[in-house]
Design a protein around this ligand. Structure first.
Ligand code: FAD
Ligand code: GLY
Length: 373
């Protein structure tokens, strides 16, 4: 079986790894260097619990399934490559800075607990006992032990290495210009080097996935801009150990002492500008939660584009064109969803049977909504 994957982000690489491990002749085409899209921009939170929202129950199940796979996935990846991926399991604290925030947190917590998510309410004193540098006006917090984090940049680099070691072909700086079809099915991809024939073409081009010209519906994916920055803590005496969700920013401490602060959520197309307003709101939100950041050196600022679909859930599985499949639209949880996406999509391709885990996420759901309207 020959598979051509368009897109060398975390999703394309993880799927490529699983396919190559199972003997498929797999090539990943990346127009840039690998892992410089959303997979570079992300914070790496594996937040199946505290990001769960009403109306997204099917996605919540998939999120939790993927979260459960992450520890073994990370261990397997590290063993396959000798590269660390920075999985940290201290958990996440959602903090309230006034009574209104606290009421909202308690309300969200009731819904999340009803979904079977383990959460614990902490008084301000209990929260500060775990994170002493949090702002003095803390009004309470929710502790989510299962919401952990991974270093997404390290994980993406390790996946590229694991893919190569499993026999996969990685073609960087090789944009796919179009998908080759013969009228009845996809036959491969076209690059500057000509046609690369494949039995299955996998569209995993993140926020750019809707940009191909084809006679069948493409995933309704659009870029959702996110601005981020990082500051450097002293790794010996870090200001934070847990991931923190504050009312207007989240803070993600890496083992190296890097503190990642995010993120804006903006409908601005592929506008890559880091704006004064974006930076201000992130720094203000982070400072209100953790005043000590004002002493820290800024390391980097960056912008990324989440691949957001119309219902915020991924688009996974066959297209209306035989030979073409979709694996995109992971929006705010693509790092979290990587292990389950790769496993379920690889099984679907190789066993030629839709994996039940991804059955709710086919592109057909958008046509059903239109015809029901
Ligand atoms: P990408 O990483 O964008 O990869 C797609 C690749 O396709 C790109 O490298 C691009 O160059 C390539 N490509 C496009 N067109 C072509 C072409 N024609 N030919 C060849 N290659 C092409 N998720 C979490 O789970 N946790 C988080 O904490 C988190 N935080 C985030 C914070 C921000 C600011 C952002 C932007 C995203 C965040 N996400 C998070 C979401 C997550 O990053 C994405 O869902 C995930 O990275 C999507 O992976 P991908 O491989 O589909 O896309
Ligand atoms: N999941 C975090 C973000 O998308 O910003």
């Amino acid at each position: 079986m020959k598979v051509a994957i368009i897109g060398g982000g975390i999703i394309g690489l993880a799927l490529g790894w699983r396919l190559a491990q199972r003997g498929a002749e797999t090539t990943v085409f990346e127009r840039d260097a690998i892992g410089r899209g959303a997979s570079y921009a992300a914070a790496g939170m594996l937040a199946a619990g505290c990001e769960a929202e009403p109306g997204e129950q099917a996605l919540g199940v998939l999120n939790r399934e993927s979260l459960a796979l992450w520890p073994d996935f990370a261990a397997e990846l590290e063993a396959a490559t000798g590269m660390e991926v920075g999985l940290r399991r201290e958990g996440t604290m959602l903090i309230a800075l006034n009574r209104d925030d606290a009421a909202k947190l308690r309300h969200d917590m009731e819904f999340q607990k009803s979904q079977g998510i383990e959460l614990e309410w902490l008084t301000p004193a209990e929260a500060r006992a775990r994170e002493p540098y949090l702002a003095p006006q803390l009004a309470g917090a929710v502790f989510s032990p299962d919401d952990i984090q991974v270093d997404n940049r390290a994980a993406t680099a390790a996946l590229a290495e694991a893919f190569r070691r499993a026999g996969g072909m990685l073609r960087e700086r090789m944009p796919v210009r179009r998908i080759e079809t013969d009228g009845s099915r996809a036959r491969g991809v076209v690059t500057a080097e000509g046609v690369h024939a494949a039995d299955v073409v996998m569209l995993a081009a993140g926020a750019w996935s809707a940009g191909f010209d084809l006679p069948v519906p493409l995933p309704p994916v659009r870029p959702i801009k996110g601005q981020m920055l990082s500051v450097q803590m002293d790794p010996e005496i870090p200001l934070l150990r847990h991931v923190i969700w504050a009312p207007r920013a989240y803070l993600v401490p890496r083992r190296s002492g890097l503190l990642v602060i995010g993120a804006t959520v903006e409908e601005r197309g592929f506008d890559g500008a880091m704006t004064a307003g974006g930076l201000y709101s992130l720094l203000d939100g982070a400072w209100r939660a953790l005043p000590g950041i004002e002493e820290l050196a800024v390391v980097e600022t960056w912008v990324g584009f989440r691949p957001g679909s119309r219902d915020d859930a991924p688009v996974l599985g066959p297209s209306a064109l035989p030979g073409l499949m979709f694996c995109t639209g992971h929006h705010r949880n693509g790092i979290l969803l990587t292990p389950v996406t790769a496993a379920a999509m690889a099984a679907t391709i190789l066993e030629q049977k839709l994996d039940p885990r991804i059955a709710p996420f086919g592109i057909g759901r958008f046509a059903r909504v239109r015809s029901a309207a």
